[in-house]
Every structure is written in structure tokens, then in C-alpha cells.
Design a protein around this ligand. Structure first.
Ligand SMILES: [Zn+2]
Length: 362
């Protein structure tokens, strides 16, 4: 069965299947919950299920022609609204074309399905415009709104959709998926799964970036008497590289196809949006680094206090954590929290981390 692919979301899947079984799928469904837990997959399976002709009615059969077409992305009644151009905004024009298409009868399926992969990327005018669509839904359209930030949507949009809540994945699920998708020692997969807070996207980014290696290397050096000033000088180079990488990634993702035809004004606006997006991405990186430092010292503290290895997140480094020297771990955790507040207040990150390293070394 098709919803079987959506792991660990028993409550959400049960709700969706009940709506399908009773033939009471509303016009708007809001799939919300953390990133990387299966919301998009569930939306794709729901799109398949409403137009499936071969199943029991409460799931997709995965074998009929409509199911196969949807799976391959060429069912004419299933449309994805993905924020692409211009700093990933869904604008009024995009909603206009949704309205236009939604008012037409389905080509071949039972319903026209519109999947908003990042519904929170609708800007304010687009949301107001879309609200009218939800108030008087044209034809038999089904809108699947997917978001990790439901609060970025107008309360009136939220209240007009049936809400489907998604929770974190179990660590065992994340570990198993990681072992399927990446070449990793089992021990590392277990540690990353514990650190990922049940979010597959986060687990993959932890595997694919070197943030964790850098954090562990620094904590080891600080614990064995390396000069925090030397450590922070080196770390400044790492931060600069991450900043540059964030800028490059944003440029690559937001380059519009029609850049040659853009007005000067549009080009400047695009540049501003790119800068803002790069800053946001870099800050997510900084927050992840702080989170990793925090887990490390929390692990050391828990291990010293309770000896319970099962509660350790960085369980692939148990040997080192077991031998961690005595120290004021509460104070170190407070210093990390302070650094987080400073980063949130946009203080210079190099200085914030240098001060932090002095406190962690003490
Ligand atoms: Zn089917």
C-alpha cells in the first residue's frame, strides 16, 4: 500500500485514509510539522490516492494508470506549486494561474490536486488572494499545503484547511534510512539519528556537512589544553568559508531563467533577496554548530552524573566522552546558550565564538 511509504506518521495517515474512505476529502488540507519527516511524500501519496482507480478507495494502488502517471510526475490533474524564481516566493501571479486551472474540470481524474510544497513562501498579497480561492473553491480542486512554519500563514487560511499534523520520526527509522542512503558505520548512523531530532533532512545535512567533525575536533582540542585563541583563529577561517558557501548556494538556486530580460530594479531586488537568503542560510549553520556543541557538553554532563550511556547522543564517541575531564559543564552549557542569544541578536559571529571557546576551555 502506498501510504505505507510514509513512515512513523500513524495519526496523519489514519486521518487521511479516513477522509478518503468516507469520501470527505475537503478542499484544503494543511500538512504541517518539522522539516524532513515525510510531509511531501504524504502529499504526493494523497494526490495519487484521490485519483486512483484501482485501489480500495482509502489508499493508492500504485499500479493503475493514474497512479503511475502521478508517480512519474505527468498526471495532468496533479500540479506542484514550487517557489522557484526570485528568492523562492510564491506570488499573486502564481495564485492566479492556480485559480484559473482550478476552475477547469479535471482532465481525466476525479479531482485537480495542487500541492504547495512550501506554502509559507506565499507572500502576503498571494496569501490574501489564495484565501478567496479557499473561501469559494472552484470546481473540485484539492489544495495540499505543506509547511514547517504554519504560523507564517494567515490564520484564516489555516482555519479553512483541515490540519494534518506530522511529528518527528523515531531515531531507529532515521538510522535505518541513513544506512540505506549513505555509506556510514552503523554506530555513526545511530549517533546522527539521535542528534537529528527525528528529522531526516537534518540527519542528511549532518552527514553531508563537516560541521560535526569540526565541533568534535574543537571540543577535543579545548579539553586537552589547546590555546583557545589559536583555535578560534582557525575557526574564523572555517566560518568565512561557510559564509561564502551559503552565498554561492543561494546564487545557484535563485538564478532566474529570464535574468537577461530583467529590469534594473528587478535585478536589484533580486540581489537584496539573495543576500537575505544567504544570511539566513549561514545563520542556520551557526545555530547547528551551537546545537552540536551543546549536545557534546550535555552528553559529558549526563554521562558523569548518571553513567547512562543510552542517554548519550554522540554515542559514536563514547570513549572520549567517558574520559572527559571534570569541569563546570553547567557553566559551559550556559555559555553556549549565551552565544545563541548573541547570534540571534546579530553580534559578530567570530567574536561570539572566540568568547565561547575561552569559556569552554576553562
Ligand atoms: Zn491506483
Amino acid at each position: 500500500m502506498s501510504f505505507d511509504k510514509v513512515l512513523d506518521q500513524t495519526v496523519a495517515v489514519r486521518l487521511l485514509r479516513r477522509l478518503l474512505r468516507r469520501g470527505r476529502v475537503p478542499h484544503g488540507l494543511l500538512f504541517w510539522g518539522p522539516d524532513g519527516v515525510g510531509k511531501r511524500l504524504a502529499a504526493a501519496e494523497m494526490a495519487k490516492a484521490v485519483n486512483c482507480t484501482g485501489g480500495q478507495g482509502d489508499d493508492a494502488c500504485d499500479t493503475c494508470l493514474p497512479c503511475r502517471k502521478t508517480e512519474q510526475g505527468n498526471h495532468p490533474d496533479v500540479m506542484y506549486l514550487v517557489p522557484v524564481k526570485r528568492a523562492r516566493i510564491i506570488n499573486v501571479e502564481a495564485i492566479d494561474s492556480v485559480n484559473e486551472m482550478a476552475s477547469l474540470r479535471p482532465y481525466e481524474g476525479a479531482r485537480r490536486v495542487f500541492i504547495f510544497e512550501d506554502a509559507d513562501r506565499m507572500n502576503a498579497p498571494a496569501q490574501n488572494h489564495f484565501l478567496k480561492t479557499l473561501e469559494e473553491p472552484p470546481g473540485n480542486a484539492l489544495f495540499l499545503l505543506v509547511t514547517a512554519s504554519p504560523r507564517a500563514l494567515l490564520p484564516t487560511i489555516r482555519s479553512r484547511c483541515q490540519q494534518v499534523r506530522f511529528g518527528a520520526l523515531r531515531p531507529e527509522t532515521v538510522a535505518a534510512l541513513l544506512l540505506e542512503r549513505r555509506d556510514l558505520p552503523r554506530e555513526t548512523a545511530g549517533a546522527i539519528a539521535a542528534l537529528s531530532q527525528g528529522q531526516m533532512a537534518r540527519a542528511l545535512s549532518l552527514v553531508d556537512s563537516d560541521n560535526r567533525d569540526v565541533v568534535i575536533d574543537i571540543t577535543r582540542r579545548l579539553a586537552t589544553g589547546d590555546d583557545p585563541l589559536a583555535v578560534s583563529d582557525e575557526f574564523a577561517g572555517f566560518l568565512a568559508a561557510r559564509k561564502a558557501a551559503a552565498e554561492a548556494a543561494v546564487k545557484g538556486e535563485t538564478l532566474p531563467e529570464d535574468v537577461a530580460d530583467m529590469t534594473r530594479e528587478d535585478r536589484e531586488a533580486l540581489k537584496e533577496e539573495q543576500v537575505a537568503a544567504a544570511v539566513a542560510r549561514f545563520r542556520r549553520d551557526l545555530m547547528e554548530l551551537l546545537y552540536l556543541f551543546e549536545t557534546w557538553y550535555r552528553d559529558a554532563m549526563v554521562l558523569r552524573a548518571t553513567g547512562e550511556e543510552g542517554r548519550v547522543l554522540n554515542r559514536d564517541h563514547l570513549d572520549f566522552l567517558r574520559g572527559a575531564p571534570e569541569g563546570d559543564y553547567g557553566g559551559k552549557l550556559a555559555a553556549i546558550e549565551k552565544a545563541r542569544v548573541y547570534i540571534e541578536r546579530f553580534l559578530n559571529e567570530e567574536r561570539v565564538f572566540r568568547d565561547l571557546f575561552f569559556e569552554l576551555a576553562a
